[in-house]
Write a protein that binds this ligand. Structure first.
Ligand SMILES: Nc1ncnc2c1ncn2[C@@H]1O[C@H](COP(=O)(O)OP(=O)(O)OP(=O)(O)O)[C@@H](O)[C@H]1O
Length: 893
């Protein structure tokens, strides 16, 4: 019994003990967990926060990407908030953790992108932002200093030029900083110069380029018109170097954002770079610039700098299994005044599904290509012909992100080599570049020759243009080598070795204002030079001569090709391209770059790599100071702007007249007389009107078609000159030719400046020293008062050097072989129409016998029969002049 009692007591004690433990555990539990009512409140709060988040971050900005389901599109507008993960105040309750961005601030993560959680977060946030904005409305620049391939999944955007490959070194980092600072300069309040704590200026010597938005030196050309005299102004265009980015931005999209995502800072980054980040952070949000910086502050780099938070940013701090989200700029997540940050652990978003990310990149890349192409107007200046070409020619060729890209033709970078596969856009690039050049420089500053197979390769009819006929290649190149010789002699005379100095000497020296001092830079474009050189190897020598002499003579070559390396010798040491520093590679045109340079691999349409170091380069993903990926306009899509420009160019004073750089005009007289059938029509019979003494034409004969031939021949000279660039003085001394003179005047007036002269005016015009064509019908009727022999002789001898040429019709040979024979012997070009054999003999020497039309060039001694060109049908018959008519009689008629 006693044992039973003992057992019962022991059981009771154990029971009490167990009950006490239970009570203690119960008390302990109650002390550790919230009361059921609080739990419910927290769950309710999480639900309310989740619904608020759905409104704050709709669609891509806040969806749970891990499900793999493509979220609905976000409504248009800036991504003011973005989700970074899920806040979990309770294991079973959570809500999206959302931080502010556009218009408010930035985001920092303490661990850099080498931590996989950071890398995944950066990719997720970047994807959300890209997917929720219009293609091109968000420009992204990335930095991956640890080269951890954090942004590799976004490579398709790099190829589209939407998000360039990440910068991996300090040079690339500084290029991005410079771009961001330029962004602020254009959009935000003024950015002060960043300084190190010691007051030292940041070392920007390794930055890729000077600020392209900075204005170029102002023109010193005294002929430059003031802004108010604005026939030259292009009111709807903008000077891309001075005003264009701001205007473009205002016009197109004030809501654009520039996002800089730093996964990790490169090892060589300096404290001053971080200070620049701080400045950008402080001023960025109001200008649409936002930063997503991992590894902030970078302790190893921040030597000398206190580890401060980035201004206006929401900091994220990683812990073992979760992250802590600090307070956003200017606000607090905490309910209690003394609390800081979100009062809940946050599970950061992981990597978005790869397929989803790739699809978004593809969509953006194709949309961006259309969105981001600059218009032709963006490469044109605000004012026509306002630039001075003395130091070189510079034009905008397109845009690299927000930065306009200019390319130069100067004494040190005299030529361009452009490569691209068929259909790459070479003609488009050229057309836009030439439009920019012809709009910036007047024909006094620049002369243009274009050699194309088709003759229409550049769509250019600017008054600077001298020839677009592919058949003219030889003539043009020989003319240019002649010009090279002339300029070389001038340079020797003035003791100059650079063209800039020669031009300055010519302008300011005693010869200033004389014809020889008008020495424009010459640009000679050869579209598709490879087939040309393959077919005409003899053209290589003049090309090499021009290439070498460019520096001192101001003659620039621009060559394009689908296969620039098809003639390897041109690229070898001392080959044509050895000294050509400017290389422009369009899609499929990587051949113009050095073989080790991969930057032009898989370029999309409408883009080009502009390299100013002879094509030197390396891997594709590197940022190089001498290389730019440029988007260029498509003039095909901008016909209106192009034709508007050309009509302005052709209507714009001052109209340049003949310059020594111009190819001499040729008078076309007729078709050659040939009995052989040929596949292509032979060239017309022509007489060149160059600068040598005697280069004038006399059409001689009483045949009815003779005055009409003068009409036709003069029109061919008119056609040689770009509209508005030549001057014609027309005179008739025989009434029967009045209608020819009137018809000619009417035809010429449509293109050039024309003046009708009476006999007294003709006498005066014999003293002309300004370039002009003197066209006289019935010159044999001029008496000694109208045609003082000494004046006529002087004109015939010295006129061509001044660009003055006499084109005349004589009703017979009697004056030329009679009283004016000495004077008339100065005329080198004789077009004889049905002259009696004895008169032909007297004029061009014995033994000549010919019926019909014959051109005799006294310089070469060659006579060429031809079938005269006509402007009117044959029925008009002139009364035959009296071959014995005396001058005075003729004048009275
Ligand atoms: N900036 C651009 N963006 C988009 N498309 C463009 C751009 N420039 C040109 N294109 C288009 O590319 C096509 C080819 O252009 P283009 O004729 O200039 O090429 P190409 O290199 O000169 O060709 P080819 O070698 O046959 O002469 C045209 O249809 C043109 O509209």
């Amino acid at each position: 019994m006693a044992d039973d009692e003992t057992d019962v007591s022991r059981a009771a004690a154990l029971h009490r003990q167990a009950a006490a433990v239970l009570a203690a555990a119960d008390a302990g539990l109650h002390a550790l967990t919230p009361a059921p009512a609080d739990l419910r409140a927290q769950r309710g709060l999480a639900e309310r926060l989740a619904s608020a988040a759905a409104m704050l971050v709709p669609g891509w900005l806040g969806a749970n990407l891990a499900t793999g389901q493509v979220p609905p599109d976000s409504p248009p507008g800036r991504p003011a908030f973005v989700r970074v993960g899920t806040a979990r105040p309770l294991p079973e309750a959570g809500f999206p953790a959302v931080v502010p961005l556009a218009g408010t601030g930035h985001l920092t993560v303490d661990a850099d992108g080498r931590d996989p959680r950071t890398a995944a977060l950066l990719r997720a946030v970047l994807l959300r932002l890209l997917a929720s904005t219009e293609p091109g409305a968000l420009l992204v620049r990335a930095v991956d200093g640890a080269d951890a391939a954090v942004f590799a999944p976004f490579a398709a955007l790099a190829e589209a030029g939407l998000m360039p490959p990440p910068a991996t070194d300090p040079v690339g980092l500084r290029a991005i900083l410079a771009e961001a600072e330029q962004w602020l300069r254009l959009r935000g309040p003024r950015l002060p110069e960043p300084r190190t704590p010691a007051g030292r200026k940041p070392d920007t010597s390794t930055e890729p380029d000077p600020d392209p938005a900075a204005p170029l030196p102002q023109s010193t050309d005294p002929r430059k018109l003031p802004q108010s005299a604005d026939p030259r102004k292009l009111p709807q265009s903008t000077d891309s170097r001075k005003h264009e980015p701001r205007k473009r931005e205002q016009r197109r999209d004030d809501n654009r954002l520039l996002l800089i995502v730093v996964s990790s800072f490169p090892a060589g980054a300096e404290p001053v770079d971080l200070l620049r980040f701080r400045e950008l952070a402080a001023r960025g949000p109001e200008a649409g610039l936002h930063l997503l910086v991992a590894g902030w502050p970078p302790p190893a780099l921040a030597t000398g700098l206190p580890a401060q938070p980035l201004p206006l940013s929401t900091p994220i701090t990683l812990r073992e299994a979760y992250a802590i989200v600090g307070d956003p700029p200017g606000a607090s997540f905490a309910a209690q005044p003394n609390d800081v940050g979100l009062n809940s652990p946050v599970l950061l978003d992981g990597d978005p599904p790869a397929e989803m990310l790739a699809a978004v990149c593809r969509r953006l890349a194709s949309g961006f290509l259309a969105f981001e192409r600059p218009s032709l107007r963006e490469v044109l200046p605000a004012e026509l012909w306002a630039e001075d070409g003395t130091d070189g020619l510079v034009t905008v060729v397109g845009r690299d992100g927000e930065r306009t890209v200019t390319v130069q033709l100067t004494d040190l970078a005299p030529h361009w080599l452009i490569g691209g596969r068929k259909g790459a856009g070479k003609s488009a690039f050229l057309t836009a570049a030439l439009a920019g050049l012809t709009a910036r420089y007047s024909p006094d500053e620049m002369t243009l020759f274009v050699i194309t197979e088709s003759g229409d390769g550049t769509g250019n009819n600017a008054p600077h243009l001298r020839s677009v006929d592919g058949g003219d290649a030889e003539r043009i190149l020989h003319h240019l080598t002649g010009e090279l010789d002339r300029r070389t002699a001038l340079a020797a005379r003035h003791g100059t070795t650079r063209f800039t100095d020669l031009r300055t000497a010519l302008r300011t020296g005693p010869q200033a204002g004389a014809r020889e001092s008008t020495t424009p830079r010459i640009v000679c474009v050869i579209d598709e030079f490879v087939p040309l050189l393959e077919a005409r190897p003899e053209l290589l020598a003049p090309l090499i001569a021009i290439s070498r002499g460019a520096r001192s003579c101001g003659i620039h070559l621009v060559l394009t090709s689908r296969s620039p390396r098809a003639i390897p010798a041109l690229h070898e040491r001392d080959g044509l391209f050895a000294q050509w520093t400017v290389r422009i590679a369009l899609p499929g045109g990587g051949d113009v770059l050095e073989p080790t340079n991969e930057s032009a691999q898989s370029l999309p349409a409408g883009t080009a790599v502009v390299n100013t170091a002879g094509g030197l380069g390396g891997p594709r993903n590197a940022t190089r100071g001498h290389e730019r990926l440029v988007r260029f306009p498509n003039p095909d899509a901008d016909h209106r702007a192009l034709s508007e420009l050309h009509s302005r160019l052709n209507a714009t004073p001052p109209r340049p007249r003949g310059t020594p750089a111009e190819l001499p005009a040729e008078v076309l007289l007729g078709r050659p007389v040939s009995t052989r059938a040929t596949a292509t029509p032979p060239p017309p019979v022509a007489f060149p009107l160059d600068a040598a003494p005697g280069r004038h034409l006399a059409i001689i004969g009483a045949a009815p078609e003779a005055p009409d031939l003068l009409h036709a021949a003069t029109r061919s000279v008119s056609a040689h000159h770009a509209p508005g660039t030549a001057r014609f003085l027309v005179c008739t001394l025989v009434p029967d030719a009045d209608r020819h003179a009137a018809a000619l005047t009417a035809a010429l007036t449509r293109r050039h400046e024309v003046e009708h002269l009476d006999p007294a005016g003709l006498t005066k015009a014999l003293e002309l020293e300004e370039p002009a064509y003197l066209v006289v019908f019935g010159l044999d009727a001029g008496d000694r008062v109208t045609l003082p022999p000494d004046r006529l002789t002087r004109l015939l001898r010295t006129g061509p050097a001044n660009g003055v040429h006499l084109l005349s019709w004589w009703r017979g040979a009697h004056r030329l072989t009679g009283d004016l024979s000495t004077t008339a012997a100065e005329i080198a070009g004789l077009a004889l129409l049905d002259l009696p054999a004895d008169e032909v003999g007297q004029l061009i020497g014995g033994g000549a016998e010919h019926a019909g039309a014959l051109l005799h060039d006294r310089r070469s001694g060659i006579s060429t029969p031809f079938i005269p060109f006509r402007t009117e049908p044959k029925q008009h018959i002139l009364p035959a002049p009296r071959s014995t008519a005396r001058p005075a009689e003729a004048r009275e008629t």
